[in-house]
Design a protein around this ligand. Structure first.
Ligand SMILES: [Zn+2]
Ligand SMILES: [Zn+2]
Length: 372
């Protein structure tokens, strides 16, 4: 790296302000990142610009000239270093140089919340306890004990980074790293707040109210903006995501916004038709079963399903009707059934070949989906 600012611009030490300006413009036209994306050219452009910044300013140029270039260029020799100057001048650009801000946004967090099926269907308000961080009240999130302030870091002089130069056969190689004394902030908290150890926030448990809308299902994530931990040193809070887990219901299964219920009725009731009471999330409901219903028939009751999460209205309750064949008939019942068989000409039944499976294939699939 060239270490003489006049050399960098290719001008003599006695160059006039006009000559310096012309030299800089000429070099800038060649080296500007817009026309020359080459990495070496960009590095040179930074040096040229930094050199011009000093030499185009009368006071700075005079100070530089007083420093003398015999001492100039070595790391820390007289506190003036082209590399550091380039870094300082281009701090905060794409190279991410310079001190980093203390104030950062808090982390987002994800927690899972178990709810019952009825709560998922109708919605619910719950309070959950989260481990989080809140702003420190003792120091008003500054991290400094009352009265004390941030002071510029003595190790990096507020730059947030320290450089070192190693000699190699390619020349001097400069490496820059975050300042170990101030962790790259460029400043230090002289008297850290004892409550938060100087971080401006304290760990705590907090209750958060979660409003669960009707219609949510397992896997859905609710976003609670700004309900996660606050950032360090007064930074804004992150977002809290609540992932819903719906407990399995003993009898109702959900599919989309519909609920499914399987019931079985005696063969006599299936033959004659009946009215039965069935459980639903809205309480017991009366279901009319038509005479001659076949096993696996699905009867639907409108609007007893889950609330539509988007839009309005609700899904349906689908009742899968099974038929129970009695296993324990006594002598009298047996006699009556034999009489019935005789009346229906079914004493010597023939096997009818049916083209469609009577069993309810949809519910079987549904059961498979639930692993039952
Ligand atoms: Zn504090
Ligand atoms: Zn430092």
């Amino acid at each position: 790296m060239a270490t003489d600012l006049y050399e960098v611009l290719g001008v003599s030490k006695t160059a006039t302000a006009d000559e310096i300006k012309k030299a800089y413009r000429k070099l800038a036209r060649e080296l500007h990142p817009d026309v020359n994306p080459d990495a070496a050219a960009q590095e040179r452009f930074k040096q040229v610009t930094a050199a011009y910044e000093v030499l185009s300013d009368e006071k700075q140029r005079a100070a530089y000239d007083r420093g003398g270039f015999d001492e100039f260029g070595g790391f820390g020799a007289n506190g003036f270093d082209l590399g550091d100057f380039v870094n300082a001048f281009f701090g905060g650009t794409a190279t991410q140089r310079g001190p980093r801000a203390r104030m950062t946004r808090g982390q987002d967090a994800l927690i899972r919340m178990r709810i019952e099926l009825s709560e998922a269907v109708f919605g619910v308000e719950k309070e959950i306890t989260v481990d989080t961080a809140i702003a420190c009240k003792t120091c008003d999130a500054t991290g400094s004990a009352s009265g004390s302030e941030l002071i510029s870091c003595s190790m990096c002089k507020g730059r947030g980074e320290v450089s070192s130069v190693q000699r190699s056969f390619l020349g001097d190689v400069r490496t820059t790293r975050a300042c170990p004394q101030c962790s790259g902030f460029g400043n230090v908290i002289e008297h850290p707040c004892t409550e938060c150890s100087g971080e401006g926030r304290v760990r705590t448990r907090r209750n958060v109210k979660v409003v669960v809308p009707g219609g949510v299902d397992t896997g859905l994530r609710l976003k609670l903006s700004g309900q996660s931990e606050v950032g360090a040193w007064g930074g804004p809070a992150g977002d809290l995501y609540v992932e819903i887990l719906v407990n399995e219901h003993p009898s109702l299964k959900r599919s989309g916004d519909d609920l499914h219920l399987q019931i079985s009725i005696p063969v006599t009731a299936a033959t004659l038709g009946c009215s039965v009471s069935i459980p639903s999330l809205d309480g017991n409901k009366s279901l009319k079963v038509p005479a001659g219903i076949q096993p696996g028939t699905v009867l639907s009751i409108k609007n007893l399903g889950a609330t539509h999460l988007r839009g309005s209205g609700r899904g349906d309750l689908l009742v899968h009707v099974m038929v129970e064949v009695p296993k324990d008939v006594d002598t009298k019942q047996k006699k009556l059934l034999e009489e019935l068989a005789k009346l229906r000409g079914e004493e010597e039944p023939t096997a009818n070949i049916t083209t469609e499976l009577q069993n309810d294939s949809f519910f079987t699939k549904l059961k498979d989906a639930f692993g039952r």
